[in-house]
Design a protein around this ligand. Structure first.
Ligand code: PLP
Length: 387
C-alpha cells in the first residue's frame, strides 16, 4: 500500500521514544536541538507581517517563477551578499526543501543520483528518496578545519549522477565552501556533466568567516543553483518563502529555466500574499537576522568559555551557521550519552550520527536557544560528556 519512496520502518528510535515519554510525563527539557527562531525568545515586532495584507494580493496573477517584484527583491538581496544576479535568473519557492524537490524533478530521472555531503543536513535522505533519486555520500573531513575530500567525490561518482550538493556554511559543521574545493568540484562537474546545487541558507550567519570562503554562483562554469530563503535569512520559517538563483553558461541556464518553468507551473505553490510582501519582508527581516547573529555569537562565546575548563572536550571551529560541534571522549556510544543526558540532566542534544559523522563521538548543539537555558544545558553536557 505504501510507496517504497517512504521509510518502511516507521517505528520511533530510542531517543524519540525517551523524549516522548518525558514529554508525556511533563518533565522539563533543556532542548539544544531547537532551531526554530520563532520559539527562541527573540523579539518579533507585532506588525512585522503587516505587508502580507497588501491589497495587491487580492489579485491572482499566476506566474510560475514568481511575481517580478518579488524576484527583483530577491536579486537585490543577493547583491547584499555581493552576488550579482538579474531578476530573470531567480525563481521563488515555498521553502528550500521544496526547491530541492523541484530541482530533482528538473534534473533527475527515477534512479538517477545526486552527490550529498557527509556529515550534513539529515533531510537529504528523505528529499532524495521522495523523488526516487539516490543520495550518494561524499566526505567532508576534519583536519583542524572541515574540507571537502575531493577524491571521495571522484570515488563515489557513478554514471547516474546528475548533480552535486554543497551546503555552505554546512549544517552542522559550520564550514564554508573553500574556494579551492569549489574549483576542484567545478572541474569534475564540467568533465561529468553534473549540475551544482549550493544550499546557502546560512550564508548570512558568518561567525568566523574564512577568507577563502566561496559562493557557488559567481563565475559558475556549469548549471548552478543557489538556494536561500526567509526561513533562515530573516528567521521566518512560517512565512514560507524560498528562492533559487540560477547561474552558469547562458544557453544552458536559459534552457534550464524554460524547463523549470514547467515544473513550477504544475504546482504554483508560492502564495500571492507572500510574493506581494516579499520585498518588504526581506527588508524587515534584517532586524530579526541581527538578533540571531547576536544570539549565535553570544552562545558560541559562552560555549567556548565553559568548555575551556574541560580539556578532554574540543569545540570544533565554527565558521558560520546556527550550530556547534563538540568532540567528546568516546567512553560510550553516542546514543548512550544522548539518552543519559536526557534521563539524568534533562538535556536534549543531537548525536553526531544523526548527521552522518564518519565516526563517534560528537555532540551537536544549536546556538539559537535563549542564553540562560543554553548555559545551563552546556554546563550539564560538559560535565556528563567529560566523565
Ligand atoms: C542546510 C539546510 N537547508 C535547508 C533547510 C530547510 O530550509 P527551509 O525552511 O527553507 O525548507 C534547512 C533547515 O534546517 C537546513 O539546515
Amino acid at each position: 500500500m505504501i510507496s517504497s519512496r517512504l521509510p518502511q520502518n516507521l517505528e520511533p528510535n530510542a531517543v524519540a521514544r525517551a523524549l516522548e515519554a518525558r514529554r508525556r510525563a511533563g518533565s522539563p527539557i533543556l532542548d539544544l536541538t531547537a532551531t526554530n527562531p520563532t520559539a527562541a525568545g527573540l523579539t518579533y515586532p507585532g506588525d512585522l507581517l503587516e505587508p502580507l495584507a497588501d491589497a495587491r494580493a487580492l489579485e491572482y496573477d499566476p506566474q510560475p517563477l514568481g511575481l517580478w517584484s518579488a524576484r527583483a527583491a530577491v536579486a537585490a538581496d543577493f547583491r547584499r551578499r555581493g552576488i550579482v544576479i538579474s531578476a530573470d535568473r531567480v525563481a521563488l519557492t515555498s521553502s528550500t526543501s521544496e526547491a530541492y524537490a523541484m530541482l530533482f524533478k528538473l534534473l533527475c530521472d527515477a534512479g538517477d543520483a545526486v552527490l550529498v555531503p557527509h556529515p550534513s543536513y539529515p533531510l537529504f535522505a528523505h528529499l532524495t528518496q521522495l523523488e526516487s533519486v539516490t543520495a550518494i555520500p561524499y566526505a567532508l573531513e576534519y583536519h583542524g578545519s572541515w574540507r571537502i575530500d575531493v577524491d571521495s567525490i571522484a570515488r563515489a561518482a557513478t554514471g547516474r549522477v546528475r548533480a552535486l550538493l554543497i551546503v555552505s556554511p554546512n549544517n552542522p559543521t559550520g564550514s564554508f565552501l573553500h574556494r579551492d574545493d569549489l574549483a576542484a568540484i567545478s572541474r569534475l562537474a564540467v568533465a561529468n556533466g553534473w549540475a551544482i546545487i549550493g544550499d546557502e541558507v546560512f550564508a548570512d550567519y558568518p561567525l568566523d568567516p574564512a577568507s577563502h570562503a566561496a559562493a557557488v554562483l559567481p563565475g559558475a562554469e556549469v548549471l548552478t543553483f543557489s538556494l536561500g530563503g526567509l526561513s533562515k535569512s530573516a528567521g521566518l520559517p512560517q512565512v514560507k518563502l524560498g528562492w533559487i538563483g540560477f547561474g552558469g553558461p547562458t544557453d544552458v541556464v536559459d534552457r534550464a529555466i524554460g524547463a523549470y518553468e514547467i515544473v513550477a507551473d504544475t504546482y504554483l505553490s508560492v502564495s500571492t500574499p507572500v510574493q506581494a510582501a516579499a520585498s518588504q519582508l526581506i527588508e524587515r527581516g534584517a532586524a530579526i537576522r541581527m538578533q540571531i547573529v547576536a544570539r549565535v555569537r553570544r552562545n558560541l562565546d559562552a560555549l567556548r568559555a565553559q568548555a575551556a575548563a574541560f580539556p578532554s572536550i574540543e569545540v570544533l571551529p565554527v565558521e558560520g551557521g546556527w550550530s556547534a560541534v563538540l568532540k567528546v571522549p568516546q567512553v560510550r556510544p553516542e546514543e548512550a550519552l544522548v539518552l543519559e543526558l536526557l534521563a539524568k540532566d534533562d538535556v536534549l542534544v543531537h548525536p553526531g550520527y544523526f548527521f552522518d559523522f564518519a565516526r563517534e563521538a560528537f555532540v551537536v548543539v544549536s546556538l539559537l536557544p535563549e542564553p540562560a537555558a543554553f548555559d545551563r544545558a552546556i554546563a550539564r553536557i560538559l560535565q556528563r560528556s567529560a566523565a
